[in-house]
Each structure stands twice: as structure tokens, then as C-alpha cells.
Design a protein around this ligand. Structure first.
Ligand code: FAD
Length: 299
């Protein structure tokens, strides 16, 4: 366990960053400027999401491939099994293995009809993330991360179903879980207690969402099951027309969240960057995660 005054010691905290594959040349330029700004922070890995139902298969592959070739960072490719056959998924996994990728974030994905629709597994597909993890491990020796939900996945009937599912994913070979974003650290801590009580010992890395757009965050949170505390809504209230102040507030909120998690003994953080560097860079700075000095680089 580290304490705040120790932040800044190299290695005290480790971070990873999530990006999404860009759709246009303009978005591509934005992503790469974020990548360049965040790379000196030496993340333990950077992950690239996979569009709903495999809609970004090519773009995710291209982005992961470029990260591998043009940066010193270790890329992790997200992969969802919804809507695809086992054969199609195995082929994608083999392509990543051939490319030299060593880390996959294995997910089931949302129903093709959208979040909230009834999920029906394909007969010839991997039904759930635990089946996908098993399939990936059969194809090659990947590091496999999976999802975890401090406020429960909306389809899980109860907490025991939720924790059993995480356990199945770990038994299938997952070595890290990254959480859905959350804003109430007490919920995360209670979740962690449940996970550890069930004998699950892999790292559970909190997913941190710096809020770039509060309205959108409210809409998405309602769908994915993340609660918006009353105090959080009050902090953003009245700033609808004031993007400058919203950004400062977003940075303050996320810094407060991660520093409180440090006080609770957390040392690994995964940032949902939304392909922007500014907020994530500032929060990392507060965590003591800084570009290496020339002396450190030489050592
Ligand atoms: P699972 O772990 O398979 O669980 C889904 C639900 O099924 C749970 O309620 C579980 O309890 C239940 N379940 C599991 N096994 C069984 C069983 N045998 N019988 C009955 N019920 C069962 N989505 C994307 O489309 N692309 C991404 O890149 C992406 N990245 C993500 C990254 C992170 C860190 C997180 C937290 C989520 C991400 N998502 C992504 C969203 C994710 O795809 C959705 O939340 C999806 O609804 C569930 O995927 P999962 O892997 O968590 O599913």
C-alpha cells in the first residue's frame, strides 16, 4: 500500500490507457496526437476497443498494428464474441498472434440489437466471455484481461451470478479484470471485498472515466448500469454552456477519485481516454506518473 506522499516514486502507480479506433482522417490525427502525448508516461499497456458486434474489426486491427509498429507501448486488442462464429473469432486471434500482439481484452459484447435487448448466443459461437477466454488460450499464449462490474452487469440476476461469472473467466485463464467505470469508490471497495472473499486473486483494475461530456455520460451510464451520485450531478450543474470550467471540474473530480483510491490501497488504474490526452495526462501527473527524466532513461 502506498500513501499520497509517496506518489512520484517511479513505479509506485501504474497506468494503462484505452483508445477507440478512429473513423476518419481527422479522428485519426486526434488519436495519434493523444498517443504521442501519453506515451512518455510509460503505460503498462494501451488497449483498443472493438466496435459493437465487430463493426470495427479492420480499424481495431489497423490501430493495434500501428501502435505495435510505431510506438514502444504494448498494445492490447479488445475482442467481442457476439455475432461471430468460433471459427471467425479464432481467425482474428491467430491474426493478432501472427502480428506479434500478446494481450487481448476478451469480452462478450452487447446484443446486436443494442444494450438492453435480450442476448441470444449464436449456436456456432462463443456464448459468453468465459468461453471466449478459453478459446483464445487454445489458439495462443496471450495475456487475457476481462471485464468486471462494481455495480453488477445489468443482465446478472444477483451478486452471486456476477461473481460466479468473474470466477469462470479467471478459471478459463484471465489474468486481469478491468472494471466498468464508476464514480462511487465505496461501491468499488465493496465489490473488491466480494471478489476477494470468493477467492479471486487476479488484479482488479479500476476503470476511470474522465468526464469530457457530462450529458453523454449520464445517458450511457443509465444503459450500462453505472450510477451517477447526486453530488456529481451537482458539480456539473449550470456548466452546460461553459466548456472551459467543465474541463477543470472534470479534472478535479477524477483527481479526487483516483487519490481517494490510492488512500484505499489501489496502485493500478485504467483510463478511458476517449482519444484525448489532456485530462488523463493531468490526472496521471497528480498520481505522480510523469515522463521519465533523462537520468532515469539512461539508468
Ligand atoms: P460476460 O462476462 O460474458 O457477462 C455478460 C452477462 O452474461 C453477465 O450478466 C453474466 O452474469 C452473464 N453470464 C455469463 N455467463 C453466463 C452463462 N453461462 N449463463 C447465463 N448468463 C451468463 N463492448 C464492446 O462492444 N467493445 C469493447 O471493446 C468493449 N470493451 C469493454 C471494456 C471493459 C473494460 C468493459 C467493462 C466493457 C467493455 N465492453 C465493450 C462492454 C461489454 O461488451 C458489455 O458490457 C457486455 O454487455 C458484456 O460483456 P462481458 O464481456 O462483460 O460479458
Amino acid at each position: 500500500k502506498i500513501r499520497r506522499f509517496e506518489l512520484g516514486n517511479p513505479g509506485a502507480v501504474s497506468v494503462s490507457f484505452e483508445f477507440f479506433p478512429p473513423k476518419s482522417d481527422k479522428m485519426e490525427a486526434k488519436l495519434w496526437s493523444a498517443v504521442e502525448r501519453l506515451q512518455p508516461l510509460d503505460p503498462s499497456f494501451v488497449s483498443v476497443t472493438y466496435g459493437a458486434g465487430g463493426s470495427t474489426r479492420e480499424r481495431t486491427h489497423r490501430t493495434v498494428s500501428r501502435l505495435l509498429k510505431e510506438t514502444a507501448m504494448a498494445p492490447a486488442a479488445h475482442l467481442t464474441c457476439v455475432g461471430a462464429s468460433r471459427g471467425e473469432i479464432d481467425e482474428i486471434v491467430r491474426e493478432y498472434a501472427d502480428l506479434g500482439v500478446r494481450h487481448i481484452v476478451a469480452l462478450r459484447g452487447d446484443p446486436l440489437e443494442g444494450i438492453g435487448a435480450v442476448y441470444r448466443p449464436r449456436e456456432d459461437g462463443y456464448a459468453y466471455a468465459s468461453d471466449l477466454v478459453e478459446g483464445i488460450r487454445r489458439v495462443a499464449d496471450f495475456e487475457v484481461s476481462v471485464s468486471a462490474y462494481p455495480e453488477r452487469h445489468p443482465e446478472s440476476a444477483d451478486w452471486s451470478a456476477e461473481i460466479d461469472n468473474l470466477k469462470r473467466k479467471v478459471d478459463a485463464g484471465a489474468t486481469r479484470a478491468i472494471t466498468q467505470y464508476f464514480f462511487d469508490n465505496d461501491l468499488f471497495e465493496t465489490f473488491l471485498e466480494k471478489v476477494r472473499a470468493a477467492g479471486i486473486s487476479i488484479p482488479i483494475v479500476p476503470g476511470i472515466l474522465p468526464i469530457t461530456n457530462f450529458e453523454q455520460t449520464m445517458v450511457f451510464s443509465a444503459k450500462c448500469g453505472t450510477s451517477i451520485p447526486h453530488w456529481l450531478a451537482r458539480r456539473f450543474a449550470g456548466l452546460e454552456q461553459d466548456s472551459e470550467t467543465r474541463k477543470l471540474v472534470a479534472s478535479a473530480v477524477a483527481c479526487e477519485q483516483v487519490l481517494d483510491l490510492v488512500d484505499r490501497g489501489i496502485t493500478d488504474f485504467h483510463f478511458y481516454t476517449m482519444n484525448r490526452a489532456d485530462l488523463t495526462f493531468a490526472i496521471c501527473h497528480m498520481l505522480g506518473v510523469r515522463p521519465a527524466t533523462s537520468e532515469q532513461q539512461a539508468a
